[in-house]
Ligand binder design. Structure first.
Ligand code: ASP
Length: 333
């Protein structure tokens, strides 16, 4: 029988109704009591490092979770992290960068409804997660939600209320789960023979700027001193506006000279960036060495840049780390 560590961190799955709204109140052991049939295929220990609405989860918590998994890694066959859905995609992406080449599964899950309701997705998501984490072929960081297994770098919350809240962006689901059956679409456990690596630092000084028509490029100057990396969430396949004042390109010179990485990402969810297509984008690549999100999710871009800047301050190393494929995050390069 597989040995699983269930790490509960709060979220709706563990919440109860209070006069002030839903808040996490149900601990890890109680969560487990709602899925008694899990004992047919695994034994489960529980831990509760924190209990938060995931709105309050920040990079320090991602590091805490990675360290916890590292300290318990040799004692368990798999890990299930119960987490709020709102920032789950960020946590799963961050864990994908902090824990690499893991042959044991780290499954992040949660629910749209609390586990103690009569009608809820919580019990099936939790049971599916324990089942997937107990599977011989499962590995790496993933999200299990609504019957789907999604690579930890590819998930996006696309619905605020429906049970099928998460989609895999620009990449197939790793597997689907129907009752007690797991059907793998990507079964690549034997392909990654690189050694397991845990990272212990992230650089939080990353800013994400979403452009709207008319954004003044001098905003980049206001961000310059406070941040070590910048992600521009622009339009379509990517580019920067020139409203006649050249304000964006002039501001970009500062970032380039200071060797601070700038990444072009897109507001469009599917198919990714391609700066080589238009004049408004090509100049950024040719003259400013701007990095691209390509087919990565925004959540992956943000956490990958924090991770890359946490490993090195040397711009060429940061660029190399950012452009390397990790846990299926990047195909189009
Ligand atoms: N606000 C909740 C959270 O992210 C939403 C959820 O878990 O579904 O913690």
């Amino acid at each position: 029988m597989k040995k699983i560590l269930l790490i509960a961190t709060g979220g709706t799955i563990a919440s109860k109704y209070t006069p002030d709204g839903l808040s996490p109140q149900i601990d890890a052991q109680e969560l487990l009591s709602y899925v008694p049939s899990a004992s047919e295929f695994c034994t489960v220990d529980t831990l509760q490092p924190f209990s938060l609405d995931s709105t309050n989860v920040s990079p320090g918590h991602w590091l805490e979770l990675a360290r916890l998994i590292e300290s318990k890694y040799e004692y368990y066959d798999g890990f299930v992290v119960c987490h709020g859905t709102d920032t789950m995609a960020y946590t799963a992406a961050a864990l994908s960068y902090l824990i690499q080449n893991n042959r044991r599964p780290v499954v992040v899950t949660g629910a749209q409804k609390p586990v103690d309701l009569a009608i809820t997705d919580a019990r099936s998501n939790l049971l599916d997660s324990l089942r997937f984490a107990s599977h011989e072929r499962a590995h790496g960081v993933s999200i299990v939600f609504g019957g789907k297994v999604i690579a930890g770098t590819r998930a996006k919350k696309e619905f605020t209320k429906s049970y099928n809240a998460f989609s895999s962006i620009n990449y197939p689901d790793i597997a689907v789960i129907h009752d007690d059956r797991i059907i793998f679409y990507i079964d690549d456990k034997d392909q990654n023979t690189r050694p397991l690596v845990f990272s212990h630092s992230l650089n939080q000084k990353v800013f994400l700027l979403k452009l709207i028509p008319g954004t003044d490029g001098t905003i980049l100057n206001s961000l310059f001193d406070a941040y070590d990396g910048l992600i521009l969430e622009s339009f379509g396949v990517g580019g920067l506006p020139n409203y006649g004042d050249n304000s964006f390109l002039r501001a970009m010179d500062r970032w380039l000279i200071a060797k601070k990485p700038v990444v072009m990402a897109t507001q469009v969810t599917h198919e990714g960036s391609d700066l080589s297509v238009y004049q408004v984008g090509k100049i950024l690549k040719d003259r400013y060495s701007v990095l691209e999100s390509y087919d990565m999710t925004l959540e992956a871009c943000v956490t990958k840049l924090m991770w890359a800047l946490g490993q090195s301050r040397d711009i060429s190393s940061v660029r190399e780390l950012f452009c390397r494929t990790v846990n299926h995050d990047l195909l189009f390069i």
